[in-house]
Ligand binder design. Structure first.
Ligand SMILES: O=C(O)C1=C[C@@H](OP(=O)(O)O)[C@@H](O)[C@H](O)C1
Ligand SMILES: C=C(OP(=O)(O)O)C(=O)O
Length: 450
């Protein structure tokens, strides 16, 4: 079942080369943060290029429920009239974050140091995901969580009355946990300190500085130490959201795999904490070029060109790169199936607690398509068969997981027989224009019954 209606079976098959310009939507991580920080600033923040995927729309609705005025002016153009740090009102109803881990976890952080209560829920996928990783550090500020066994949603969070600042070392490499703690620290007096042993995406830190917060980050023997001065007055901003490198991964990898392709993604965000996939693909021998590298709105961007790459080789992906490409492993494993030899992915335990268990979901589908996969708790190996040697012909469950659905649809563009997914509905959570964009490049991706 799709998160928002009947299942949408989809199919993809080998067809013409993919060519043209892929105008992928705005970055999902930055879009969530723009809405949340806009809601915590005093005055009106303007956003262009906002991702209008369901995950972000759910965060926009949540910000409205906490008292901010969130208005859509046109495609991707939104404004948020913020209430100031500590100014959130108590929502009148349950906050439903649909399929979005980022949405619910960051919003819990943002309200945890205000003396109000809120009850959060989500779809079957989100209700199965761990929330203790967020509620544990929020308890240090004085917030109380009452959830289901194992800290699962639905969950009520009672914000701290007299929040104390916190010093917290991340037990998992998670930008969502880091961000929840920093957002909670905004309304605690004094310095909140987060230490991350492994670097994760730093959009929250960059954007907090942009909104005028005092935040320092320095490397130490323990890892990266991020210090935030509490109770700033956040100044509203104009934010231009770059295109999402995690969404761009799908047309880019499709371009590498479909014979004769040449695809250009203009203005793709290339923050080094997000760009691990592109480094990895180049190491495999992919024909990728970056043009026009520049900085826009505090984030590095470039135009990325991907051309058909017949001779890619399997590699060992360094585990320390995992956080910078965590959402890209499903589509990387598809590319790996068409490379020569094994691609070894280690240090990826976090893949098991995403919208689905992504190692299991990909391993099952890849095997059904004729590809050998080995796996352990925090590693997996895809044994590449080489270009033109992957059978395909499988129907795969997308498990309420957009990235699983898109990865297998990309795969079918290069397998001998078509690939089907039982439900493409979840794709709308992060990439609502996936179907028309891919068709516009020439990809044979359709609804299964059309
Ligand atoms: O902070 C963010 O915007 C995100 C962080 C990552 O999750 P984790 O923090 O759980 O690794 C990533 O998988 C997610 O899609 C977006
Ligand atoms: C893991 C993802 O998202 P989230 O955690 O926000 O649900 C993703 O988009 O791949």
């Amino acid at each position: 079942m799709s998160a928002h209606g009947d299942p949408i079976p989809m199919v993809s098959r080998k067809g013409p080369a993919l060519t043209g310009v892929a105008e992928v939507p705005g970055d999902k991580s930055i879009s969530h943060r723009a809405l949340i920080l806009g809601a915590l600033a005093v005055g009106e923040t303007q956003v262009t290029g906002l991702l209008e995927g369901q995950d972000v729309l759910d965060t926009a609705a949540a910000m409205g429920a906490f008292g901010a005025e969130v208005v859509r002016h046109g495609a991707g153009a939104w404004s948020v009239h913020g209430v100031g740090t500590g100014g959130f009102a108590e929502p009148q109803d349950v906050i439903d974050h649909g399929n979005s881990g980022t949405g619910v976890r960051l919003v819990m952080g943002a309200m945890a140091t205000t003396p109000i209560s809120a009850t959060f829920t989500g779809d079957a996928s989100l209700r199965s995901r761990p929330m203790g990783r967020i509620t544990d550090p929020l308890a240090l500020f004085g917030a109380e969580a009452h959830g289901r066994a194992g800290g699962r949603l639905p969950l009520t969070l009672v914000g701290a009355r007299s929040p104390a600042p916190v010093r917290y070392t991340l037990p998992v490499a998670s930008a969502q946990v880091k961000s929840a703690v920093l957002l909670a620290g905004l309304n605690a007096p004094g310095e909140t300190i987060v230490i991350e042993p492994e670097a994760t995406r730093d959009h929250t830190e960059r954007m907090l500085r942009g909104f005028g917060a005092t935040l320092f980050a320095e490397d130490s023997a323990e890892g990266r130490v991020i210090t935030l001065q509490g109770q700033p007055e956040l100044r509203p901003q104009s934010i231009a959201v770059p295109r999402d490198p995690s969404s761009a991964a799908f047309p880019v990898c499709a371009g590498l795999l479909a014979e004769g392709s040449d695809v250009l993604v203009p203005g793709i965000g290339l923050n080094p904490t997000r760009a691990g996939l592109y480094t990895t693909l180049r190491e495999m021998g992919a024909d990728l070029t970056f043009e026009n590298e520049r900085e826009e709105g505090g984030e590095p961007v470039a135009d990325l060109r991907a051309r058909f790459s017949a001779n890619m080789k399997g590699i060992e992906v360094p585990p320390e790169r995992a956080a910078s490409m965590i959402d890209e492993y499903p589509v990387l494993s598809v590319v790996a199936a068409f490379a020569e030899g094994p691609t070894v992915m280690r240090g990826v335990r976090e893949l098991r607690v995403k919208e689905s268990d992504r190692i299991d979901a990909m391993a099952v589908g890849l095997r059904a398509a004729g590809v050998e996969v080995e796996e352990g708790e925090d590693w997996w190996i895809v044994h590449g068969r080489g270009m033109g040697s992957v059978a395909g012909g499988a129907t795969v469950e997308s498990r309420l997981d957009h990235r699983i659905a898109m990865a297998f649809l990309v795969m079918g563009l290069a397998t001998d027989k078509p690939m089907r997914v039982d439900d493409g509905g979840p794709i709308a959570t992060s990439f609502p224009i996936f179907e028309p964009l891919m068709s516009g490049l020439g990809a044979a991706i359709t609804r299964a019954n059309s």
